[in-house]
Write a protein that binds this ligand. Structure first.
Ligand code: NAI
Length: 305
């Protein structure tokens, strides 16, 4: 069973896609009375017509998460136009600290998949509050940044999305690190097809695009939900998929004691391996800037930990 803690925009959309694809049974939990139940009814009625036989339930009671193999955490506040992810820090840390304890209580064997922003800091809060082994705590951010980088590059070069293979690591925030040196267009290095100015423009667009969407439609929903579903599928089906995602590091990439985005192997056990990568000096400096921001975020909420 896949649990969704938070049945707002991203949680409900991801739950809809997980159920529609028949990945597993779904349970939504939200503190807002009626919301999770209503979403569950709506999704159930959809899949009844399309002929998918999974069970979908909704509740305000955290104990409904019992038996979850994955719990997707989207509970909390979302960004409004003009806000950075870090602006949500204090409020969401309180919410996530509380719900993480409920996950540990009711779904002690689950993989916790953190989505709430600022995601890397919240992922650390989940790690600390669930007391789960580090492999069973992972955060969604890199895959979303990657989908935005791919979308930007394919538009700039006028090539199909599927021709672009790439990687975005680091903080899921202002210091995200798109990796043009590790990007190829059907095997042709991106650096052969774009000059430095164009690459800088692609990086900047990728960084900015989420706030553009928020200012236009109020929230980012479809692309984040897709990232969640990709990760849920990798865990539920033990796909051992290589995905950039937030994990607790103990020295990898020169970083210790925080969660940040790195390429990792995602399977039934959660984070099964963190893959190494050679970063040049400029890339490393950007990665470490992100790590510093996350560390400062964690320090500012230390009273909650
Ligand atoms: P939303 O406001 O639509 O949904 C959040 C839900 O959490 C609400 O239904 C609310 O009732 C619920 N909630 C609040 N406190 C709760 C609690 N203690 N227990 C259970 N449920 C609780 O927000 P949306 O748009 O779904 O975004 C959710 C979070 O995900 C935000 O923090 C947002 O910034 C983040 N996000 C992260 C992304 C990423 O790449 N990691 C991408 C998009 C959004």
């Amino acid at each position: 069973m896949i649990g969704f803690l938070g049945a707002g925009r991203v949680g409900a959309q991801a739950a809809l896609e997980v159920a529609s694809a028949g990945i597993d049974d779904v349970t939504l939990v939200d503190i807002l009375p009626g919301l999770a139940e209503g979403e569950a009814m709506d999704i159930s009625q959809k899949i009844a017509e399309t002929g998918v036989d999974v069970e979908v339930n909704g509740s305000t009671d955290f104990s409904a998460l019992r038996g979850s193999d994955v719990v997707v955490i989207t509970a909390g506040l979302a960004r409004k136009p003009g806000m950075t992810r870090m602006d949500l820090l204090e409020k969401n840390a309180g919410i996530v600290a509380a719900v993480a304890k409920e996950v540990a209580k009711h779904a002690p064997m689950a993989v916790a998949l953190t989505v709430t922003n600022p995601m890397d800091v919240m992922n650390y809060v989940v790690f600390r509050k669930t007391l789960f082994p580090k492999g069973r705590v992972v955060g969604m951010g890199g895959i979303l940044d990657l989908s935005r980088f791919k979308s930007t590059i394919s538009a700039m070069l006028d090539v199909s999305h599927s021709s672009v293979t790439s990687l975005v690591i680091g903080e899921h925030g202002e210091n995200m690190l798109p990796l043009p040196r590790h990007t190829s267009i059907g095997g042709v290095p991106l650096t052969k097809l774009m000059d430095e100015t164009q690459i800088a423009q692609a990086n900047e667009t990728t960084r900015r695009v989420a706030i553009d969407v928020i200012s236009k439609k109020g929230a980012t929903v479809d692309a984040p939900a897709n990232g969640v579903v990709r990760m849920v599928k990798a865990i539920a089906w033990d796909r051992k998929e290589v995905i950039p995602a937030s994990a607790f590091l103990e020295g990898e990439y020169g970083v210790e004691g925080i969660c940040i985005g790195v390429p990792l192997v995602l399977g039934a056990k959660g984070v099964e391996r963190i893959l190494p990568l050679d970063l040049d000096d400029k890339e490393m400096a950007q990665f470490l800037r992100g790590a510093k921001t996350i560390r400062e975020g964690i320090a500012s909420i230390s009273s909650l930990l």
